[in-house]
Design a protein around this ligand. Structure first.
Ligand code: MN
Length: 289
């Protein structure tokens, strides 16, 4: 069988602090262009880092977003979130926070209080999922997708797929999206082989969160490796866990093929919309926090 080949592998080269809470590397931007992985505009990855105990939680204070969605997945440690629409939530290991910034929102992102007091290892992913032009002004909303509540597809006794959004083998996840997207966390024990099939033209990538895998019976990937697949060839690739307690994040989405105008926390289609977004933010239209 011919498998969908890996086009590019990226491993963390450099990290940047976001506030004093998130130490992230970017897998999209640079070698992989923002349009190549559309609708995924950014994949920020905070690899394992230890935080000492701290009474006042580290974090990023109130800041705006408009025109896209932030998808935050906690793998180690806990994150607390609050926004100008009155939403508030805490996510821990394997939980997902899917925030639609849409027409504009302010939010803040912090380490959860108890985690901060205790200290410990922290690991998370934050993706920016672009919105189709027709949905840029949608009302902001917030989906809490908790590990226990996710659609779970059992592969064998101790291996399973958590469906964050879209579906896996006809089993639908609870997360709703504005363009076609499949997103999963695969929890795999050593020797487990699992296959994934997405339309040829969808932007598709995986990130090894924990453990190690072999892709298509030939490529070994270690923890913290990001692999983007070719488009327009085959639809299916396979992963084999080569260590126990392996976790892999899988994402695939139909490209938007729309112009992008980006500045800081705003992702729009035109320069005029960017200027307007900035004016709306300045005039307080995104609410208060
Ligand atoms: Mn943010």
């Amino acid at each position: 069988m011919n498998y969908r080949k890996i086009e590019k592998i990226r491993t963390p080269q450099s990290f940047n602090w976001v506030g004093d809470a998130f130490y992230t590397t970017s897998f999209i931007g640079g070698e992989i262009s923002r349009t190549r992985m559309s609708p995924f505009f950014a994949v920020g990855y905070n690899a394992d880092i230890h935080f000492d105990a701290k009474e006042i939680p580290r974090g990023v204070g109130a800041h705006p977003h408009k025109g896209f969605e932030t998808v935050t997945i906690a793998y180690k440690g806990k994150i607390e979130h609050q926004d100008s629409k009155g939403n508030h939530g805490v996510i821990g290991e394997g939980d997902v926070q899917w925030m639609t910034a849409g027409s504009g929102i302010l939010h803040q992102e912090y380490h959860e209080k108890e985690f901060s007091k205790r200290g410990g290892t922290f690991q998370m992913v934050q993706m920016w999922v672009n919105l189709p032009a027709k949905d840029k002004e949608t009302t902001p909303k917030y989906q809490d997708l908790l590990f226990e509540d996710m659609t779970k597809v059992q592969l064998n006794e101790n291996s399973f797929i958590n469906v964050i959004a879209g579906s896996y083998k006809e089993q639908k996840g609870k997360g709703t999206t504005f363009s076609p997207i499949d997103m999963y966390n695969a929890y795999l024990q050593k020797g487990t082989v699992v296959d994934f099939t997405f339309p040829k033209d969808w932007s598709t990538a995986i990130l090894v969160i924990e453990g190690s895998i072999k892709v298509n019976e030939e490529t070994d990937l270690k923890k913290d490796s990001f692999a983007m697949f070719e488009n327009d060839t085959e639809e299916t690739f396979i992963l084999e866990a080569t260590s126990d307690n392996t976790i892999v994040l899988i994402m695939s989405g139909k490209p938007l093929n729309e112009p992008i105008a980006h500045y800081g926390p705003f992702v729009m289609n035109t320069q005029e919309q960017l200027v307007k977004a900035f004016e709306e933010f300045q005039s307080g239209k995104f609410g208060k926090l």
